[in-house]
Write a protein that binds this ligand. Structure first.
Ligand SMILES: *Cc1c(COP(=O)(O)O)cnc(C)c1O
Length: 389
């Protein structure tokens, strides 16, 4: 498909595996294997002399259509779909790192990613340094001769701190390292990290790509030469996405640009309202014109995103009271859904961190995170207002 088409068109028309039956929607190929025409055909497929499908752990038409559509939306040469977002992060890291290598990560990472790094990746003899999300000098200072990868997500969860992708890509590449960005928060509809020098972009498709809280999935995009290696690791470890989940996610992708645009507009409105409330100490939202990295937001992101963190007066007690009093918001740690959600990071997403580490990361007792969906923003504002009372 032509790359002059708009994302709204590509999200719907961007990739499809068509059969001879002329089905209009992407067909669901719920099959674990594929037949060979003959012994010679099987041999050619296995040798790679002939393109085609053999076994769904390796590749499946529905899953391939999903991966290709995300690659097109993100301006990437290739993509590999995985069972979950964590499978995508696992594959992005372990395809390229071995014992004795060094990995530099932002300190502001998704909690399960921190667990994967500290409890598992570290067991395999890979050294990990954690540095500031917003200070490229710390990344530069962390570089060692064996540094092979930088890993981060931007904006950060939940405080919306933005990393400078171009600067970090330059530092990584000068060190001979790859820059890997977890782009789950913004999706390809709002940010394409490869355009700013990232080598790989990974997603939890479970979040806004599905957008309806139905299935789990992940995807990695990047250059063909890197993605071929990821594909081999994904296949060997069995991290593949289910074709059924790919089929569900494809319908999510079709409305992704439309949903995200409206969700961002709703988020901007709610963030502005929150700022005016006397019970609210401060509001973190990447859509504010006076965001500390507003120039980077302007450059890297198409909008501020759908996540707001705000701190209420009165610490954990007040935050819990507000959370318990909302009627429309779902009390869940998920985000990116058409249903707005609310969570208390101190005791949920960041609950396993020590109080000191939380304070250092800017997570306070009175902080709440909301992720805005597609309900009318005035109804959500009224819900927060009654809960604050
Ligand atoms: C949810 C999430 C993940 C993990 O994705 P799963 O699909 O739950 O495995 C990774 N990174 C970020 C930023 C997330 O929000």
């Amino acid at each position: 498909m032509s790359d002059t088409l708009h994302p709204q068109t590509l999200a719907i028309r961007g990739a499809k595996e068509q059969t001879q039956f002329n089905e209009h929607n992407q067909a669901l190929f719920l099959t674990s294997s594929f037949m060979f025409d003959s012994a010679a055909d099987g041999a050619a497929l296995f040798k790679g002399e002939k393109q085609g499908y053999t076994y769904s752990r390796t590749a499946n038409p529905t899953t391939a259509a999903f991966a290709r559509r995300i690659a097109i939306l993100e301006g990437a040469e290739a993509a590999v779909a995985t069972a979950t977002g964590m499978a995508a992060i696992n594959a992005a890291i372990l395809t390229f790192l071995s014992a004795g290598d060094h990995l530099v990560c932002s300190r502001s990472l998704f909690g399960t990613t921190v667990g994967l790094l500290n409890n598992h990746i570290a067991r395999f003899g890979i050294d990990i340094s954690f540095v500031s999300q917003t200070d490229p000098a710390q990344w530069q200072a962390a570089v060692r001769p064996n540094t092979k990868m930088f890993f981060l997500e931007t904006p950060s969860n939940p405080l919306n701190e933005v990393a400078d992708l171009e600067k970090l890509a330059a530092i990584a590449h000068a060190a001979g390292a790859l820059l890997v960005v977890d782009n789950s928060f913004l999706t390809p509809a709002l940010q394409q990290p490869l355009k700013f020098g990232a080598d790989l972009s990974v997603h939890s498709a479970t979040k806004a790509i599905d957008g309806h809280g139905r299935v789990q999935g992940g995807v990695i995009v990047g250059r063909k030469e890197l993605m071929q290696q990821v594909q081999m690791y994904m296949n060997a470890c069995g991290l593949s996405m289910s074709p059924f989940h790919a089929w569900v996610l494809l319908s999510g992708v079709e409305t992704l640009p439309l949903r995200i645009e409206k969700q961002c507009a709703n988020t901007d409105k709610i963030a502005a309202w929150l700022r005016d409330q006397p019970q609210v100490k401060h509001v973190c939202h990447a859509g504010f014109a006076d965001h500390p990295q507003a120039d980077l937001v302007q450059k890297q992101q198409a909008a501020g995103g759908i996540v707001i963190a705000f701190e209420v007066e009165g610490g954990q007690q007040a935050a819990w009271k507000l959370l318990d009093a909302v009627k429309i918001f779902s009390k869940t740690a998920n985000l990116g859904d058409v249903r707005s959600t609310i969570t208390h990071p101190w005791t949920t997403t960041h609950g396993r961190m020590s109080p000191e580490a939380k304070h250092e990361a800017g997570i306070r007792e009175g902080l709440l995170r909301i992720a805005i969906g597609l309900e009318h923003p005035d109804d959500l504002i009224a819900d927060l207002a009654q809960a604050m009372k």
